[in-house]
Design a protein around this ligand. Structure first.
Ligand code: THU
Length: 132
């Protein structure tokens, strides 16, 4: 199964009764495993979670720690990029050169990278580089 097919299937299970905007995400690890997520909304709106967060959580549960490829899918004529918070979450497990593909329901549309999505990322370097 391709990353696109995996993310598309995950999107089908999105729980998005408030926005009616279903999103799917898939990540591939350095071990070649694929993990998927969908957005899961909540009546208390800020408690909802994004598809990317779900995919990363599924990966972490299985012991995965290194993402080598990402794909995000939504039913949008302008393929959606990860939100700001998800860019930071992806940067935790993916190096800057990791490709991020943005897809619509018909297929992959745009390709970018983690570094392009999150220039000037907050990293462990900033935690370490201080006087304590
Ligand atoms: N959403 C995602 O799942 N991923 C993104 O990168 C952008 C937004 C979800 C959150 C919410 O459930 C819906 O899309 C509308 O914002």
């Amino acid at each position: 199964m391709t990353l696109f097919e995996a993310a598309k299937a995950a999107r089908e299970n999105a729980y998005a009764p408030y926005s009616n905007f279903k999103v799917g995400a898939a990540v591939r690890t350095d071990a070649g495993e694929v993990f998927t997520g969908c957005n899961v909304e909540n009546v208390a709106y800020p408690e909802g979670t994004c598809a990317e967060a779900g995919a990363l959580a599924a990966m972490a549960v299985a012991g995965g720690r290194k993402v080598v490829e990402v794909l995000v899918i939504a039913d949008s004529s302008d393929p959606i990029p990860p939100c700001g918070g998800c860019r930071q979450k992806l940067a935790e497990f993916a190096s800057g050169d990791v490709p991020v593909t943005l897809a619509d329901l018909h297929g992959p549309r745009t390709k970018t990278t983690v570094a392009a999505l999150l220039p000037g990322a907050f990293t462990t370097h900033h935690l370490e580089d201080r006087d304590v």
